[in-house]
Write a protein that binds this ligand. Structure first.
Ligand code: BTN
Length: 250
């Protein structure tokens, strides 16, 4: 499957910015930007994660960038498929780096051996029932020093023992993004979902989660178009959960 190479043809490199996502969203309000354009920062002073969390990485060590997309073909109620496509692109990229135990943790954390290596923050602006713009923010730990990483994080350096060239890695990530963006455009949603689910933590083998004050073993049995996850307990009970309605505890 080959992409059409639109992602990363234009790259705006910033030395320091609060957040590449914030910057990209503000720029889009002022001017048109070519689809696939990347806003990349050497340093983010207020990098943002999902649900109002922070994304921290030391200057020049890792990839922190946002991709501008105009997925007007994607109905608003199917926007989670963009998130699946981006997760799969990062998954494939990391597999090509020789990392074997990569999984996607719903909704879109990329995990290697129980530690997070990459995070995705997608922000959209809508026009009626269509997506006018999507800003796909990606934080990918590349050369973060293993001694300085938190116990729940990892980096390409920590996993491979080698320093990587950021520019070359960005180029490779873009190729994988192109491939999955092209697949998304074909509208093969079931195929995308199947691929996503095959890489997802908790599919097939039960994982412990905390819901309220209760620890429960669950399996992921489906993902709704809305992005919500369907979890099944050992006793056959199941429920549909949104982000932050439970916590993974593995
Ligand atoms: C998460 O896992 O919570 C999402 C993290 C997303 C971080 C990236 S870094 C580039 C872009 N700019 C931001 O402020 N956030 C995203």
């Amino acid at each position: 499957m080959q992409g059409s190479s639109i992602i990363g043809n234009n790259i705006l490199k910033l030395n320091a910015v609060d957040s590449t996502n914030t910057y990209a969203m503000a720029l889009l309000k002022k001017q048109k930007l070519p689809e696939g354009m990347i806003i990349q920062a050497f340093e983010q002073t207020a990098g943002r994660g999902q649900m109002g969390t922070n994304w921290h990485s030391l200057p020049g060590e890792s990839l922190t960038f946002s991709v501008i997309l105009t997925p007007e073909f994607l109905p608003v109620h199917k926007q989670f498929y963009l998130s699946m496509a981006v997760s799969l692109a990062l998954y494939d990229y990391l597999r090509t780096k020789g990392l074997s135990s990569v999984v996607i943790k719903w909704p879109n954390d990329i995990i290697v051996d129980r530690r997070k290596i990459a995070g995705i923050l997608i922000e959209t602006s809508l026009k009626g029932e269509t997506i006018q713009h999507a800003v796909v923010g990606i934080g990918l730990n590349i050369n973060s020093n293993p001694d300085e990483l938190s116990t729940v994080a990892t980096s390409l350096l920590a996993e491979t023992g080698r320093i990587h060239d950021l520019e070359a890695e960005l180029h490779e990530v873009c190729q994988h993004l192109d491939t999955y963006y092209a697949l998304l455009k074909t509208g093969k949603f079931e195929k995308l979902k199947q691929e996503y689910m095959s890489k997802l933590l908790g599919v097939g083998q039960p994982i412990q989660v905390v819901r309220g004050n209760t620890k429960t073993l669950v399996k992921v049995i489906d993902i709704k178009d809305s992005g919500k996850v369907v979890l099944e307990e050992i006793n056959g009970n199941w429920w549909v959960a949104g982000f932050k309605e439970f916590e993974w505890t593995y």
